[in-house]
Write a new protein. Sequence first.
Length: 415
Amino acid sequence: MNADRRQYTPKVQNSEEPRDQIVRPQPDTRFKTTDVTSTKGNEWEDYFLKRELLMGIFEKGFERPAPVQEESIPIALAGQHIIARAKNGTGKTAAFVIPILEKCDTSQNYIQALVLVPTRELALQTSNVIKEIGKHMNVQCMVTTGGTSLRDDIYRLYKTVHILVGTPGRVLDLASKHVADLSKAQICVMDEADKLISPDFQPIIERLLVFLPADRQILLYSATFPVTVKEFVLRYLPEHHEINLMDELTLVGVTQYYAHVQEKKKVHCLNTLFSRLQINQAMIFCNSTLRVELLAKKITELGYSCFFIHAKMQQQDRNRVFHDFRNGGCRCLVSSDLCTRGIDIQTVNVVINFDFPKNAETYLHRIGRSGRFGHLGLAINFITEEDKENLFAIEQELDTEIKPIPPIIDKSLYT
């Protein structure tokens, strides 16, 4: 497995250089797909960002703005509402984090931005990006999600918090208790917005928006925007700037195959793939929590290192598994759809749908766990007789072709 998991290789600062020296990252010479390379040629300096923010951007290893960042950052800095649609793994998080940090006034001790996400794992990941890019700015970022101590969150909010990242239910709870004061939060970001504006979350979101100022700026980011989002947009973002980078880039960089197998032969087929593929790290998806645990046990019995994660696990166990997998603790992670959204582990180059998903949206988010930020990935789908019709429907909806798996898969397609 690759030992180096950084996205880029920044230049190492010489000990004689000033500590606040802005050091540009060295160019990343690895092949990248067009969804991150087809830029307008902008430089970070073109946005007149704070020096401390530029330092964090370059130390993070970002050479130049990606397309979604080029389109989004100037509009966000101008204070407009945004609806941005872009492929998974193309830099959406930094597209809203950078404007938030630029607008943040650390001399003021109140919540200035709210970032809402649908899962605890994504909240932790987003806060880490904020802290890394804003490391020279003294920005105080707090994460609050369900499944953790409410008392600890209340104590933390007595201290300075500039940016609050959390799941809607917990944030609403803190706002309703008048512990989290959102009355001066001028920016509200909804990442994975299609999920947040689904029937599960929309009532909570609408109650939460009441606590923000009337002139707040709303930024919506997602890879998919169902028709159901339109009503919400008309009500809360009547005048907005729309960014759509998905017309031809939906599945760029991810090679898709299917293997027609009987249910009882799936584990055998998986074992064969393990022996033939060059896997850095792999994510394997099942359609139920029970099947996740059973499959993880089978994979371990086959002699492969494997973790599993699903929504019914204790939060501390989920955090540990996610952290250890991100840091290379094992090669395989068996997951429910808990980890289909926003999870960014760039060493994942293979995704296997052990159970084929029920709809195109889930399929798109699952296979988007590979091929992150313009790199190549491989998606293999196990198809039973019952899945054939669904396979055809997803191909039609996404306007893509999922080909039969060949006897030998060219390693250059995903490594």
